[in-house]
Design a protein around this ligand. Structure first.
Ligand code: B12
Ligand code: SF4
Length: 494
């Protein structure tokens, strides 16, 4: 017997001091449908306390959202809640469940899971639960039914994004002064979907799953401005961050112009937006800069064109395109943030990484971020890695450990020495781009075994740029100690 408390508990493993627009949107829908709602962030407290918090709330529905490497944690939490004798319906959603439903639904503690965008399905689901109706025949949901599972079709993507309510930004309480890494900022999205097929990204398979839908979709300028205004009246915000992978790369110029004119008049806040390098064009940059664009992350990824094309499947983008993109952005004094992937599955990852660093030096970016490749199951690169023997079929998932793009590679390289040096190089890559004269010294430092000192150097450098460096946040002792605490927690966990 399920309780009828009309309460939904949203559960995530961590929020990494960022917003999570997915559940924030679902939370708005819950409120619209007359539910009370609460959030539990499992890793923000001892497990016992998190379980007690959930039990005390007595939810009718527990809604979990997770990325692949968070799934073990939330699945385990749900199992413990079910074992405690609480009566609730559990529903899971997010990219991991979209791509792995067969494996996930084997867990009897999971009552339903959602494939793809949740807004419509979740609304129908909670309406049915509230009204004590059947909830087994809803598009996008796989629902447990006695001993069996009803697998409804995935349906299509939402074509009109303006029908989606604004995210419930009170769900995740972000202390905008202390807790937020990039100052008083909030995330927002202009659109959804990406037409590219990078091998390490979810989009290739996502787009195949929804091949009959329009992939690239945008909200109207009116709808965007309305939400931005709503945020600025409700919160003390200094910066907006567009989460979109590449919205201004694909929005028609006319729409960008209309948006910039209104943003400049009605919102007037600095903002961050990212680009695909080959899509950076000067007219657009000028309009955006005038409206408030001050920082642009751009995917550089790999300096070796052949590896970028064959292994990362970056599409038609050359080093020449990348150099041109940075020239334009630098010329207009936009802070450029080059994003790169290191320790790639090639015979000599060290040489490729050195090529990437050298390309970055040419770009003169404001700062360069380097991540070690974290492979995601059900992406093209995952298949490549298993076929070529870089990973076992489910070795990373069964290890119950979060692989990290900041520490060491999870891949098995034939030449262990080269891989270890590439791991070391990653720790100094950002510094070498900013101070190229240090590159010869770095080449010597990487010959030593990987160690904690190198790791700390990386995390301090990364932490600096992620907070004070790029976003111009004011330095404070609270921020500094918060940072140290985060680094210690991070190193303990991995
Ligand atoms: C912003 C972002 C982040 C932020 C915030 C995380 C977050 N989840 O919001 C930060 C920077 C923290 C982050 C970190 C990482 N990220 Co990230 N991130 C994104 C990004 C660009 C946008 C997420 C977003 O807000 N989307 C918009 C919202 C509306 O969509 P959504 O969250 O998917 O939610 C919808 C549905 O999935 C569904 N849904 C979601 N939850 C639920 C729950 C229920 C109950 C239901 C019914 C439905 C449902 O309904 C929602 C509304 O339609 C996505 C790519 C993308 N375009 O989605 C990658 C993405 C989620 N990240 C990804 C990865 C891999 C990572 C990292 C592991 C990267 C790394 N190498 O370190 C780290 C993980 C953290 C860590 N361990 O360090 C992958 C996840 C793939 C997977 N299989 O899980 C994605 C898909 C990108 C990719 N490379 O393919 N990320
Ligand atoms: S361009 Fe970005 S979002 Fe698009 S497929 Fe490549 S990595 Fe994914």
């Amino acid at each position: 017997m399920i309780n009828s408390s009309n309460k939904i508990l949203f559960v995530i493993l961590d929020n990494y001091k960022f917003e999570r627009l997915g559940i924030q949107l679902l939370s708005s829908i819950a409120l619209e449908e007359g539910y009370e709602r609460e959030l539990c962030i499992i890793n923000s407290m001892p497990l016992e306390e998190a379980l007690k918090k959930a039990e005390a709330y007595q939810p009718q529905i527990v809604a979990y959202s997770a990325m692949t490497y968070e799934n073990t944690g939330v699945q385990q939490f749900n199992k413990l809640l079910k074992q405690s004798g609480m009566t609730f319906i559990s529903i899971f959603g997010g990219h991991h469940y979209t791509f792995n439903p067969e494996e996930i639904i084997r867990d009897n503690n999971i009552d339903a899971l959602c494939l793809g965008e949740g807004e419509v399905a979740f609304r129908k689901f909670i309406q049915a639960v509230r009204d004590e109706q059947e909830y087994h025949q809803i598009e996008k949901l796989w629902v447990r039914n006695g001993d069996g599972v009803i697998k409804n079709p995935v349906g299509s993507l939402i074509s009109n994004l303006d029908i989606i309510p604004f995210p419930d930004r009170n769900l995740i309480s972000l202390d905008l002064d202390k807790d937020h890494m990039q100052g008083k900022s909030m995330a927002i999205m202009f659109g959804r979907g990406c037409p590219h097929k990078c091998s390490y990204c979810f989009n290739t398979n996502y787009n195949a799953l929804f091949r009959d839908s329009r992939i690239l979709r945008f909200r109207s300028v009116n709808n965007m401005i309305e939400e931005l205004k709503h945020i600025t009246t409700e919160y003390d915000i200094e910066i907006f961050i567009f989460y979109d992978d590449d919205c201004f790369s694909y929005l028609p110029k006319k729409t960008i112009k209309e948006f910039c004119e209104r943003y400049k008049k009605e919102i007037k806040k600095p903002f961050v937006a990212q680009f695909r390098p080959e899509k950076v064009n000067e007219d657009t940059v000028v309009m955006l800069k005038d409206a408030g664009l001050f920082l642009s992350p751009v995917g550089v990824e790999c300096g070796n064109e052949e590896v970028a094309d064959k292994v990362l499947q970056r599409g038609r983008v050359t080093n020449k395109d990348i150099i041109k993109a940075f020239e334009i952005l630098n010329k207009h004094s936009i802070r450029t943030w080059a994003m790169n992937i290191m320790v790639l599955p090639v015979e000599d990852p060290l040489s490729v990484d050195l090529e990437t660093i050298k390309l970055n030096i040419k770009l003169k970016p404001f700062w360069s971020q380097f991540n070690i490749l974290v492979p995601i199951p059900k992406t093209p690169i995952w298949d490549y890695l298993t076929t070529k023997g870089y990973i076992g079929e489910d070795s990373l998932l069964s290890s119950n450990k979060l692989p990290s793009g900041f520490t060491t590679t999870t891949l098995n390289f034939k030449n262990v020495k080269l891989a270890s040096r590439a791991n070391n190089l990653h720790k100094f890559a950002g510094i070498a781009v900013k101070f190229p004269f240090l590159l010869p010294l770095v080449r010597i430092l990487i010959l030593f075994p990987p160690n904690r000192l190198y790791q700390y150097i990386f995390l301090f450098w990364y932490g600096y740029w992620k907070t004070i460096g790029s976003y111009n946040q004011k330095f404070s002792l609270a921020l500094f100690f918060n940072g140290i605490k985060a680094i210690r927690k991070y190193l303990r966990r991995y």
